[in-house]
Design a protein around this ligand. Structure first.
Ligand SMILES: [Zn+2]
Length: 309
């Protein structure tokens, strides 16, 4: 790596970059700020890899209109150089908003912290995942794309209430995670990413996942986990349809523009609920690693293991 740039010349350079006002010049100074970030050490992959990451990030910042409103944030120190567990490259991470969980992006693959945490945990608990039989319910984002790309026996499904489970819509299989049409013990890994806060009768879904996993199989999943308080049920099914116990709260849904209603805020008793309904044992993995872009709230990755006998 070249000589580290001092703060004085850096600020002066930044001013002149803004005075010139071209995206490319801004991007250049933004990337220098990533290099001088105190937490960043040279990556073992070496300088050529870092050079590629910076060049790639500069290209995106200069040309991708989506990033234009955020350039000043990036300049003010919200960019970091690191290694992304989703695209397995040296990259620049950019914090687009203060809510890092949904906006701290890898400029190369677009992944966010919970997706990077999931990939890191997957490598730890099932390093041979590329050779396993994997099903993912409601895939979305860079981590789903990476798993689908690298695993030959990967299959995925989405949920539409008006489509019969097991049938197809637009080439995508429909599955209801509370009544899967998959065969008993037919999978090594079941993956869900931010799905279980939206599932009605989640206890049935945990039981179903245990049924389709082989003995020793794993359910690897992310969910916003409020580990400091008991589970809060926000809505449930009543005799007249859905019954709201709390004000409705919606999250983005890739297959429904109206979004997904939050049914449950899972608390400290989540592993107990899973164990009661599926006999699986759950471990929470809480990784914080700025160099892998794994920071922000709700980073936990859950791993439930089906007993071998
Ligand atoms: Zn990435």
């Amino acid at each position: 790596m070249g000589p580290v740039l001092g703060a004085g010349p850096f600020i002066a350079g930044l001013r002149s970059a803004f005075a010139m006002g071209t995206p490319a010049s801004c991007a250049f100074w933004i990337l220098r700020s990533a290099v001088i970030d105190a937490e960043i050490r040279p990556h073992p992959a070496g300088v050529p890899d870092i050079g590629r990451a910076l060049g790639q990030a500069a290209w995106r910042l200069a040309r991708d209109r989506r990033f234009a409103p955020y350039r000043r944030r990036v300049v003010s120190g919200h960019a970091r150089l690191g290694h992304c567990p989703v695209c397995s490259r040296c990259v620049v991470f950019v914090a687009l908003t203060h809510w890092l969980r949904d906006s701290y992006e890898c400029l190369r693959c677009g992944s966010i912290p919970r997706q990077r945490a999931l990939m890191e945990v997957l490598e730890q608990v099932a390093p041979q995942w590329r050779d396993l039989r994997i099903h993912e319910s409601s895939p979305d984002g860079a981590s789903s794309r990476r798993i689908a790309q690298d695993c030959a026996a990967y299959d995925a499904s989405q949920y539409w209430p008006d489509v019969r489970p097991g049938s197809m819509r637009d080439g995508v299989r429909c599955e209801d995670v509370t009544r899967l049409t998959l065969a008993d013990e037919s999978l090594d890994l079941f993956i869900t990413q931010d799905v279980f806060e939206h599932v009605l009768h989640a206890e049935r879904a945990f039981a179903e996942i245990a049924r389709v996993l082989r003995p020793g199989g794993l359910h690897v999943f992310t969910v916003p986990w409020y580990w400091w308080k008991p589970t809060l049920v926000r809505a449930r099914s009543g005799p007249d349809g859905l019954e709201h116990l709390e004000p409705p709260d919606h999250h983005a849904n890739p297959v429904d523009p109206a979004g997904s209603l939050v049914i449950t805020e899972w608390g400290w008793d989540l592993p107990d609920v899973i164990s009661r309904h599926s006999s699986m044992t759950t471990t929470a993995h809480a990784i914080r690693d700025p160099r892998q872009g794994i920071v922000g709230a709700f980073r936990e990755v859950m791993v439930s293991r089906k007993p071998t006998s």
